[in-house]
Design a protein around this ligand. Structure first.
Ligand code: AMP
Length: 307
């Protein structure tokens, strides 16, 4: 029992310049599970859904090696719902609506069989819920990774500050890093954020790649230049799934291995954006992933003769 994933499982309604979806399955933990399960199984999932959440989606995740023992189903309530709209610059989006529904009162319970997990991926949801999962772990996992977003900085900052003290790696996007630290320079922002608790910080910059900070060290991973980006929703979570999936598979939490993990995360995210929702993640094979990682190697591989 090595990896626990916590996060929202949801319905999303998405509008991009290329199309519009009605309510489709989304949620941070859904994307993370689809992505991470390519590298390690089982995924021990902790989340909450309403009676409206499709049984077929739960069955598909189960078939993929996702253990749903920690997913509560509130039969008479509605699942978390989020809707967002992207503009031509797909790096920016507006949240149109966030309906917490079952997530608002969620009290997570860590099943006994999930205890002793080595890796804990706290995907996006209430910081108090993330904290509660950490508190329920009888043995601290070797690596705790946390993803969050501006919504929680605006509505639950004291809880977020509290949980940040207990995590090893924080993942945020560039605007969230600026908001959290009140610094415009991402280097200064990283320094401020690492004072809040996490020893490692990953700043995701959409089509401009991702930065990994640790002490005075910085590593940069590009995003694959794609001809078409159809829907960026879930790219950050898919990145997180690739990152933690690689770490859990290799059981190596060194900075060097985290560099590889963010390349794996970037490769996974590049699939996610190719179709609406989780669809593309359900189609890809191990060969597709290997080929895509090779494309990353080619993208950044060069010889240089110093004069
Ligand atoms: P990403 O594009 O990786 O930032 O994640 C998008 C996913 O996050 C969507 O599938 C949403 O359902 C989910 N999401 C959006 N807002 C929240 C929130 N406040 N808490 C938890 N999950 C959220």
């Amino acid at each position: 029992m090595s990896l626990i994933v916590v996060g929202s499982m949801a319905f999303d309604a998405i509008e991009t310049p290329f199309g519009k979806s009605d309510k489709i399955v989304g949620g941070a933990a859904t994307y993370i599970a689809w992505s991470a399960s390519n590298f390690t199984q089982p995924i021990n999932q902790i989340s909450v859904v309403g009676g409206d959440f499709p049984q077929e989606e739960l069955d598909a995740l189960k078939a993929r090696g996702v253990n749903l023992e920690g997913v509560q189903i509130k039969k008479d309530e509605k699942s978390f719902f989020w809707s967002g709209k992207y503009h031509m610059d797909m790096n920016t989006r507006d949240t149109i609506e966030t309906q917490l529904n079952v997530l608002g009162t969620f009290q997570p319970v860590v099943p006994e069989s999930f205890q002793n997990a080595d890796f804990l991926m706290l995907g996006n949801l209430l910081p108090a819920v993330q904290m509660s999962v950490i508190e329920q772990m009888k043995v601290r996992p070797k690596l705790i990774v946390l993803d969050t977003m501006n919504f929680w900085m605006e509505t639950a900052m004291p809880d977020l500050e509290k949980v940040l003290k207990h995590v090893d790696v924080l993942m945020v996007n560039d605007s969230e890093a600026r908001q959290l630290s009140a610094q415009f320079s991402l280097v200064k922002a990283a320094k401020e954020i690492m004072k809040m608790g996490p020893k490692y910080l990953i700043i995701k910059k959409g089509e401009h790649g991702a930065l990994l900070f640790h002490g005075d060290q910085v590593f940069f991973a590009p995003a694959l230049p794609l001809e078409e980006v159809f829907d960026p929703t879930g790219a950050g979570d898919t990145f997180a799934g690739g990152f933690i999936g690689h770490i859990a598979r290799t059981k190596d939490i060194s900075f060097e291995n985290m560099k590889t993990a963010i390349i794996v995360g970037s490769a996974m995210a590049s699939f996610c954006v190719e179709k609406f929702g989780t669809l593309r993640l359900t189609e890809i094979s191990k060969q597709d992933i290997d080929d895509r990682i090779q494309e990353f190697v080619q993208l950044v591989n060069f010889d240089i003769a110093l004069v």
